[in-house]
Design a protein around this ligand. Structure first.
Ligand SMILES: Nc1ncnc2c1ncn2[C@@H]1O[C@H](COP(=O)(O)OP(=O)(O)OP(=O)(O)O)[C@@H](O)[C@H]1O
Ligand SMILES: [Zn+2]
Length: 758
């Protein structure tokens, strides 16, 4: 196959061989090109080729199976324009691209785009102009230098002592605390000299496996030895199931150390929000250096250097969000997926892949071990362990004698939160969200000088605003969702599309004044109540709104660690990874949040999340306790949390999934049909339903409006294919889609193993 729209002419005599090139575009497969005469282009090489009138960068690929009958004759082949100097895309990664494409029913080029995520990194290193000391000054600063100029020379000496012979202007100015003009003037005066320098500075000292780490307990050491033994011994999957605070991180670090000793690379996947915890410091404490971090917010220059460093094998350890799985490691020795149960490992847009599952696939293709760590492994993972495919390792106790916190349910029907007044006797009553038993637990904890975490997974002030006059609810114009009040910023926001507007003073529907009321709690509202009930306590809100970036997160961690905070009020981002020794009470404001809705994993996920939050309490010397407010204390999730016995819950949950043919016992594929035109969207969905695959236990449910039936202005309809485990669903889906023409403006998104049902 080739885009031959503008190819012309015949091949020159002795022209090069036919070569398949995969482009990072949603095309059905690789296109054929002609290699330069006399050159053999090995698969993996990164090349520049013409496409229509453009030039694009692609990767030489293994010839597809139909290579014997090419779609384009030799005469029409267009030439490969250049081979880039970057290291080739390694073979196991190329196979991963094909594998992921086939599994997710997406074009391979769309998956390749995940690999070539930093196009800039494929270009040769930029040479920059840097400054060093002028050769003739002999190293001694001339006597009449002013202070700023002296600092510039000192900064250059300091850099040279650390192996950096030159610094670019901006860097030098920043280090010396002078303006760029000072540096230019010094250059003119011949005090410093300009020189060309490599745009990719050498990385600093790498992680050292011999750096002294903590002494492991006998239980930890036993598990660490098992993990170490697997490094260098081919493909295997270990599930590291350890209770919260058991030291899973310290234990898997030993496998990382072994990988480093063998001179290979390791990648550790973490949910994006867990990257903003103490994790990097702990890595540094164990290895004496930081790993490379990889996530969506890493600045461009760092991404470019990171990608190249990984490809050149110079970066030994990467910690990152799911996209780190597609980095071009030439010598991968170990993959770790921490918090493996986390739903954020599933990408919902673009190529919908599950990074945990694809990590197992990459490990198999690379012939290396993978470790899945969690305090609450996914049912899918436990089922794989039960079948003997994954090897289960347990850490059943907390490190250092700390005990797991006692969990108590607070029945909201028996103990409703009391209303409160902000001002004097005439002030209006405010709805309360903290029930009396939690109020007194907070009081006791504060009196003991310990810290409290109040957990409510809702940003903003209130999830719903309505008019008490006409009942109008303020909704997003682009989505089927309510606008969330953010009182701190004075705005109503849609949490799905980002639409926002100022909070109106009159009802947009009936015009009544001062008639809008906030319904339900968000963290801002909870903070108000905390300030009223515990006026002396120093409270801190920790949400993605208040912790915009890594700096704010680090500052929050520092303040809590230093005991400058008494009550933390947090959303999901506080639920995992954090380790605060002074925190002894966790209060869950709404334990039932997340249990409603048609998501088959709702119960499992709520259990995981609350277990995780509960695990923040009592991690050091002092015992912790957890109070979960619920209106349904008899729910299996609540019972499991209160008893601390997951086994019954997991068994019931598994039995229910099995009875309904749900994962991990059956397969699901969701089709999400979306478009701006509701009629065309509906019609496409109905057409899909009419030719739905049948037989051998395969069923298609729907079309049904998605729970988010309008998102960013697009109408959404869902179909769900259910099949027994043994059925290969991808070919079924492929031929199903082939039968239905999709009109312009309508999109059919295939989601194999869906995690989100919105
Ligand atoms: N052998 C050890 N020596 C000293 N400190 C340890 C040891 N093992 C664990 N710790 C410390 O105990 C705390 C808990 O360990 P860690 O965070 O690894 O547990 P975890 O199982 O990953 O917890 P969670 O699942 O709750 O995040 C950390 O502060 C860690 O540094
Ligand atoms: Zn919206």
């Amino acid at each position: 196959m080739i885009d031959n729209s503008s190819s012309k002419g015949c091949p020159e005599p002795g022209a090069g061989a036919r070569v398949a090139v995969l482009l990072p575009l949603p095309l059905a497969g690789p296109y054929d090109y002609r290699a330069p005469a006399g050159e053999r282009l090995a698969p993996g090489l990164v090349v520049r080729v013409p496409l229509g009138r453009r030039e694009v960068i692609g990767v030489v690929w293994e010839a597809p199976a139909n290579a014997d009958a090419p779609a384009v004759g030799d005469a029409a082949l267009r030439p490969v324009l250049a081979v880039l100097e970057t290291p080739p895309v390694p073979e196991p990664l190329r196979r991963l691209v094909d594998w992921v494409a086939a599994y997710t029913v997406q074009p391979p080029g769309a998956v390749l785009r995940l690999v070539l995520s930093v196009p800039d990194a494929l270009m040769p290193p930029r040479s920059a102009r840097g400054w060093s000391r002028a050769a003739r000054d002999g190293g001694a600063p001339p006597a009449r230098l002013n202070e700023g100029r002296a600092r510039v020379l000192a900064a250059l000496d300091e850099a040279a002592a650390h192996g950096q012979p030159a610094l670019v202007t901006a860097d030098l100015a920043a280090r010396a605390g002078v303006t760029a003009a000072v540096i230019t003037a010094m250059g003119k005066a011949g005090l410093i000299a300009a020189r060309g320098m490599d745009g990719d500075p050498a990385p600093g000292p790498g992680p050292d496996p011999a750096h002294p780490g903590p002494v492991l307990s006998p239980a930890q050491a036993g598990v660490a030895a098992e993990l170490r033994a697997r490094v260098g011994a081919g493909f295997s999957v270990c599930v590291l199931h350890g209770v919260t605070g058991s030291g899973k991180t310290e234990v898997y670090f030993e496998a990382v150390a072994e990988t480093l000793r063998q001179g290979r690379q390791a990648v550790i996947l973490l949910p994006e929000i867990a990257l903003a915890t103490q994790w990097p410091e702990r890595f540094q404490a164990r290895f004496g250096a930081r790993p490379l971090t990889w996530h969506s917010q890493v600045p461009d220059g760092q991404r470019r250097r990171g990608w190249r460093g990984v490809a050149q094998g110079r970066v030994p350890v990467v910690v990152g969000a799911r996209s780190a799985l597609f980095l071009p490691f030439p010598a991968l020795g170990l993959i770790i997926v921490d918090e493996e149960h986390d739903a954020s490992y599933k990408q919902d847009d673009g190529v919908p892949y599950h990074a945990r599952d694809m990590a197992v696939v990459r490990a198999r293709l690379e012939g290396v071990p993978v470790i899945l760590a969690s305090a609450t492994p996914a049912l899918e993972t436990l089922e794989n362990a039960r079948r003997g495919r994954y090897h289960l390792l347990r850490l059943p106790a907390r490190h250092g004698g700390a005990v797991l916190p006692a969990v108590t349910l607070v029945d909201l029907r028996a103990h409703p939160p009391q209303r409160w007044q902000a001002g004097g006797e005439d002030a209006p009553f405010q709805t309360g969200w903290i029930a009396p038993p939690l109020v007194s637990a907070i009081r006791d904890t504060l009196a003991a000088g310990e810290q409290v975490l109040l957990y409510l997974n809702r940003r903003g002030y209130a999830p719903l605003t309505l008019c008490r006059h006409c009942g109008h609810r303020l909704a997003c114009p682009n989505c089927s969702a309510w606008l969330v009040e953010h009182r701190a910023s004075g705005r109503l926001c849609c949490h799905h599309c980002g639409h926002q507007r100022p909070i109106p003073t009159t009802c947009p529907a009936c015009g009544a004044e001062d008639s809008l009321v906030a319904c339900g709690p968000g963290v801002e509202r909870l903070a108000e109540e905390v300030a009223h009930r515990f006026p002396k306590a120093r409270a801190l809100m920790a949400t993605s709104d208040t912790l915009g970036g890594p700096k704010e997160a680090a500052e929050m961690i520092r303040r809590v660690g230093a005991g400058e905070v008494d009550v933390l009020i947090g959303t999901q981002i506080m639920a995992k990874g954090h380790h605060f020794p002074g925190l002894t009470l966790v209060g869950v404001i709404d334990g039932d949040l997340g249990l409603a809705g048609g998501d088959p994993r709702a119960a499992e996920r709520t259990h995981q999340l609350l277990h995780q939050v509960a695990g923040r309490a009592g991690r050091a010397g002092r015992p912790g306790r957890v109070l979960i407010q619920t209106a349904d204390p008899g729910h299996p999730v609540m019972e499991a949390l209160a008893s601390g016995d997951d086994a019954v819950f997991l068994e019931t949950e598994a039995a229910e999934r099995e009875a309904h043919g749900l994962p991990p016992f059956g397969r699901l594929v969701a089709l999400i049909v979306s478009g701006e035109d509701p009629g065309a969207t509906q019609a496409t969905a109905r057409a899909l339903a009419r030719c739905a695959p049948e037989g051998a236990g395969v069923r298609v449910l729907g079309p049904a409006p998605a729970p988010l039936s309008l998102l960013r202005g697009r109408h959404r309809v869902r179909l769900l294919l259910k099949a027994p485990r043994a059925v290969r669903v991808q070919p079924l889906v492929g031929s199903w889609l082939d039968q239905v023409p999709v009109p312009r403006g309508v999109k059919v998104q295939v989601d194999v193993d869906p995690v989100s049902f919105l």
